[in-house]
Write a protein that binds this ligand. Structure first.
Ligand code: SUG
Length: 448
């Protein structure tokens, strides 16, 4: 049976703004308080989806969340009508209003961890929503994420959904941003590679000194258990704490994998040789031939990687067996990175082509091409069981572009978040969106 990697991209929500909310994420911190352009952000994301679809890749779309999150503000003690809740939060606790307005659900690589049916004990595709509990503004995403994923992958014969792990730092889970799957064909058993930043219970593992390590070993192990993965089908590796301290807040800022290939920076991991050997031997057991491409620090520094997001790229398999790398425009702006990419594609290796996308609006909050997509490997039968409303087509692209142009503002600052009119605009837009994507009622304002 045919199988595919389907990329579900997060649609940028109408409140996209630069709140400076993510300590440890260099772009989020350095662009704090700049004015944003939500309309441009959403159109940039849609253009990437359309381009990948036009290149023949399977492409889907994942809906944004309800923001401002009035229900979250109510849980923090702000009362009255919805407009009063926003007004009081703006007056008494602006940082909480900003957090409750973040459009951070656009980075759907953090929405969940997904294990394809060929890897799991019950032969279903498993999803665990990420608790994202390192940052308050992201910790409020998972209940809606679960409802949206449930509406997209509703058929229980093929899809199993797990609630987010316990919401404490010991089980900090950032989803697929720290998870990669290696395989020969998407529909065949593979090796799932979990990268963690620290251990919550085992003091033998070193931890970063400056910035938080968001993913724990214990969270990754719990997800592997929930998904029914075999020991032989899993490899755990620790991120190098010193790169976390340089701004690598997720592993997908320093490594990307697809098929049988891992593309990574020399400084990305601890115990790299041992890790590569384990990946090689476990993939060999399922008939695969592991290959790795190491980018030396002499060619590209960790700082270059963090600024350009070279590794936050999409590594895609083409029909002829070669690979294509989707990178953000910032890679072209960095001389060393661009030179490296030129030599990579002309070396006759697996990665033959690089395509550049302008995702500046998302990049300024630390979200590149890979952050914007959740990969779901599906066989033909499973793909047919996905809610067809969320699969990208030329007409859907047209409808979503019109929808963005009709509802989104082209400028957003902190002051705009306090405007009660914004809440109405967002709810009107999202209500229409659930009809376009045929999701049913998934937002708090639709179900409470
Ligand atoms: O969690 N930025 C996100 C970026 C997530 C990128 N995702 C992956 N690497 N997969 C984060 O730090 C910034 C929001 C703000 O500051 O307004 C933010 O949440």
């Amino acid at each position: 049976m045919k199988s595919y990697e389907v990329n579900f991209d997060g649609l940028v929500g109408p409140t996209h703004n630069y709140g400076g909310l993510s300590y440890g994420n260099v772009a989020s911190q350095s662009n704090s308080q700049q004015s944003s352009n939500p309309k441009e952000a959403a159109l940039q994301g849609l253009a990437k989806m359309k381009a990948l679809m036009d290149m023949g890749f399977q492409q889907g779309v994942l809906a944004p969340q309800e923001r401002p999150d009035v229900a979250a503000l109510r849980r923090l003690g702000f009362g009255g009508t919805d407009a009063e809740v926003i007004e009081r939060a703006a007056k008494e606790a602006m940082p909480l209003l900003v957090a409750s307005c973040s459009a951070s659900s656009m980075w759907v690589a953090n929405a969940a961890t997904v294990s394809p049916s060929a890897d799991t004990a019950d032969g279903r595709v498993h999803f665990t929503a990420a608790n994202l509990n390192c940052k308050y503004h992201r910790s409020i995403e998972h209940p809606t994420t679960s409802r949206v994923l449930g509406a997209m992958f509703a058929d229980q014969k093929h899809f199993a959904h797990h609630a987010a792990l316990p919401a404490v730092a010991q089980f900090g889970d950032e989803g697929a941003a720290n998870h990669t799957r290696f395989c020969r064909e998407y529909g065949e058993a593979g090796v799932e590679f979990f990268v963690f930043g620290r251990s919550a219970f085992d003091t033998r593992y070193p931890a970063p000194q400056k910035y938080p390590a968001r993913q724990t070993l214990e969270a990754s192990q719990a997800v592997a258990r929930l998904h029914g993965l075999k020991d032989d089908g899993v490899v755990y590796a620790q991120q190098n704490p010193s790169v976390i301290d340089q701004g690598v807040f997720h592993n997908d800022v320093i490594a990307v994998g697809n098929g049988e290939v891992l593309f990574y920076h020399e400084d990305a991991f601890l115990e790299t040789e041992q890790m590569l050997a384990e990946l090689q031997s476990k993939l060999a057991k399922v008939g695969g031939k592991f290959q790795s491409i190491c980018v030396p620090r002499s060619a590209v520094t960790v700082e270059d990687a963090v600024r350009s997001y070279l590794f936050n790229s999409q590594l895609l398999s083409r029909a002829d067996g070669s690979m294509l790398l989707i990178v953000p425009e910032e890679c072209r702006g960095n001389e060393r990175v661009w030179q490296y990419l030129q030599s990579l594609t002309s070396s006759g290796g697996l990665i033959r082509e690089v395509k550049v996308f302008d995702l500046k609006q998302s990049m300024q909050n630390g979200g590149g091409p890979a952050c914007l997509r959740l990969r779901v490997a599906l066989n033909e039968t499973e793909l047919a069981a996905v809610n067809p409303g969320v699969i990208m087509t030329a007409p859907l692209y047209g409808t979503l572009t019109e929808w963005v142009n009709k509802h989104y503002r082209d400028r957003m600052t902190e002051n705009d978040l306090a405007d009660p009119q914004l809440l109405l605009e967002c709810r009107t837009a999202l209500d229409e969106l659930t009809q376009i994507l045929k999701l049913g009622a998934v937002y708090p304002f639709q179900i409470n």
